[in-house]
Ligand binder design. Structure first.
Ligand code: DMJ
Length: 667
């Protein structure tokens, strides 16, 4: 690699260059040339000159050779040819950090300008490539020959597929007939009271959006108290999480201007490459890692949803582009993806806190819906193959008591610690089994089987009833129960109800009731606080029921799971109590979370006085407000038989048998 930087030096030495000096004389030895051509003094002088030139050339060659063979030749070379490269590198970094990409800095920088900057850039790139190659080589050395062979084949296959895709397709994507979506815009509710409530929720969305736009436009999230941008490490260097997460909510609420400005931002700025724009440079982390799960559910999910609502190609293109960037996460011996990925280098790893270097069930198990749609929209089967690969691994493993532990090691393909949860670390894996089946127009029978078997094991081993009659889902740690339920676990009420309609007849009523019981328990977790908003986790031990007992579990971060369950329960039963409970949540949000600068999470929902966490989470716009809006809309807005909500509430259409998805449009 360093040769690239040296070539100009070799090409222009004094005297026509080394090439002509050595090769041009007929390829013979120096002795041969000297003896055979001796004829007269003129000829002798000519030969002597030639020999001298050759000796001189050989000397220069030796000098170069010596430089190369000395230890750490790159440093020496940089000193000889590029002045002080580290100084230049620092200057270059500094300039970019200050947003001064086009302006020289003192000393050499001013006099040598452009050339020096190019040299510094070259060196930085060479060094980066070098380090990456070293890292990859180290990783490869640790692998078995069969694994290396497998990797090579996979990469070849990937290149072939990409080539195939790029042939003859505009933007590399196949032509698709876009069918306008079913029920993407609903009628105004006929009941005037419901109409007003729905309008209020739209006004909340406007307040959240306008403040984000005003104080944090283009950044990931808003800090509504400090009125500035909030950056979360989950997205690495990708920006604009709130914009992408909010797209479909803006669309169904008919906030057309806002949707337009969001789309324009995406067209101009949504960037999945680390290369930074100078003005953002200081905010970006070099080589930052993303959470594969979070980027998938929020960015891929948000873009897919926007495409299916509008048919705008920009959303399809961006979704597929990002999907491709996530593929290196699957480069593990088992095909179970890493949790974290460096989008630039393609190097993945797992959360350092995860048991025995494991990947997390709720993360690698929550890619299925989006990846199946990526294959559908790109014509490239690789995405679907990856997620079906995950399923194969899961199906090949023994499950303790039929339960799925939260930790799975991607290298060994074996379970880590036996911790089972329907809340954090496990939750959306179960959700995606059910939804994979529904989204496949009920053709994915394997997903159905896995879902109902998992729910049965959960019922047997995790679901319990408190002495006060509240049904809850405990956590399982190697056979022992922890009688705690997370806010995240509350999504399960909606899941049970959604699955009920399709369960076998003897299970339908049972699963609806299970959903209703979980909904009530989660309602109680809200109702038993001072602020009428639920804590992060609540317990059923030590004499309490549905109450947080640990200070570290008393916060509320604008999460959606409880209103999500109300939404499914409302749609499936039309029991008015769900709208009543949902409205209580709206009032509590307005009273305690709404601030001048947007909506903030709370540190302790049991206090009378708010202490704000100063974050307006992007899922508040993607999920919480969307589910509330649907609760006060008629059922013809996003009918459940046509749309699947991903775990971030982004809309994915059911893929109809024979590829006729959405064919019943406009009936
Ligand atoms: C969201 O990002 C998704 O709902 C995810 O599945 C769980 N966590 C948050 C909301 O609480």
């Amino acid at each position: 690699m360093p040769m690239g930087g040296l070539l100009p030096m070799f090409n222009s030495p004094p005297g026509g260059g080394l090439g002509s000096g050595l090769g041009g004389g007929g390829g013979g030895s120096i002795g041969g040339l000297g003896i055979r051509k001796v004829a007269g003094p003129g000829a002798f002088r000519l030969t002597e000159k030639f020999v001298l030139l050759l000796v001189f050339s050989a000397f220069i060659t030796l000098c170069f050779g010596a430089i190369f063979f000395l230890p750490d030749s790159s440093k020496l070379l940089s000193g000889v040819f590029f002045h002080s490269n580290s100084a230049l590198q620092t200057a270059s970094d500094h300039k970019q950090g200050l947003g001064l990409g086009g302006i020289g800095v003192g000393g050499k920088g001013e006099t040598e300008g452009e050339g020096e900057r190019a040299a510094a850039d070259n060196l930085a790139k060479i060094r980066e490539d070098h380090e990456r190659a070293l890292r990859e080589a180290k990783e490869t050395l640790q692998k078995l020959p069969e694994e290396i062979q497998k990797d090579i084949l996979q990469e070849k296959e990937q290149v072939l597929q990409n080539e195939l895709l790029n042939k003859g397709n505009a933007g590399g994507l196949p032509h698709l007939d876009f069918r306008p979506p079913i029920g993407a815009i609903g009628r105004e509710p006929t009941d005037p009271e419901i109409r007003l409530k729905r309008a209020k929720i739209k006004e909340m969305m406007k307040h959240a959006w306008d403040n984000y736009k005003h104080y944090a436009w283009g950044l990931n999230e808003l800090k509504p108290i400090s009125k500035k941008g909030h950056s979360s490490s989950l997205f690495g260097n990708i920006q604009g999480a709130t914009i992408v997460d909010a797209l479909d909510t803006l669309y169904i609420m008919e906030m057309k201007e806002e949707f337009k400005e969001a789309k324009e931002w995406i067209e101009k700025y949504l960037d999945f490459n680390v290369v930074s724009r100078p003005y953002l440079y200081h905010k970006r982390r070099l080589n930052a890692e993303i959470s594969v799960f979070e980027v998938n559910i929020r960015f891929v999910g948000g873009l897919l949803s926007a495409y299916y609502l509008t048919g705008e190609e920009i959303f399809r293109r961006k979704a597929v582009e990002l999907g491709e960037k996530l593929l290196p996460a699957f480069h593990t011996p088992s095909g179970i993806p890493w949790a974290l990925l460096n989008l630039k280098s393609g190097i993945g790893r797992n959360w350092p806190w995860a048991s025995g270097g494991s990947s997390i069930l709720a993360e690698f198990g929550t890619l299925h819906l989006e990846f199946v749609h990526l294959s559908h929209l790109s014509g490239n089967p690789v995405f679907a193959e990856k997620v079906f690969g995950i399923r194969n691994v899961l199906n090949s493993l023994d499950k303790p008591q039929g339960l799925y532990p939260n930790y799975l090691n991607p290298s060994s393909g074996q379970w880590g610690q036996h911790h089972v949860s329907v809340g954090g670390l496990g939750d959306s894996f179960y959700e995606y089994l059910l939804k994979a089946w529904l989204m496949s127009d009920k053709t994915d029978l394997e997903a159905k089987k896995m879902y109902f078997a998992a729910v049965q094991a959960i019922e047997t081993h995790l679901i319990r009833k408190s002495s006060g009659g509240l049904t809850y889902i405990a956590e399982w740690k190697g056979g022992l129960l922890e009688h705690k339920m997370g806010h995240l676990t509350c999504f399960a009420g909606g899941m049970f109800a959604l699955g009920a309609a399709c369960a076998s007849p003897e299970l339908t009523q049972h699963h609806i009731e299970l959903g209703a019981e979980i909904a009530r328990t989660c309602y109680e977790s809200y109702n038993r606080t001072a602020m009428k908003l639920g804590p992060e986790a609540f317990r059923f031990d030590g004499g309490v029921e549905a109450i947080a007992t640990r200070q570290s579990e008393k916060y509320y971060i604008l999460r959606p799971e409880v209103v999500e369950t109300y939404m499914y329960m409302w749609r499936l039963t039309h029991d008015p109590k769900y709208r009543k409970w949902a409205w209580e949540a709206v009032e509590a949000l307005e009273k305690h979370c709404r601030v001048d600068g947007g909506y903030s999470g709370l540190r302790d929902v049991y206090l009378k006085q708010e202490t704000y966490d100063d974050v307006q989470q992007s899922f508040f716009l993607a999920e919480t407000l969307k589910y509330l809006y649907l609760l006060f809309s008629d059922d013809d807005l996003l009918p459940l038989e046509h749309w699947i909500f991903n775990t971030e509430a982004h809309l994915l259409p059911v893929l109809r048998k024979g590829g006729q998805e959405l064919e019943e449009n406009h009936k």
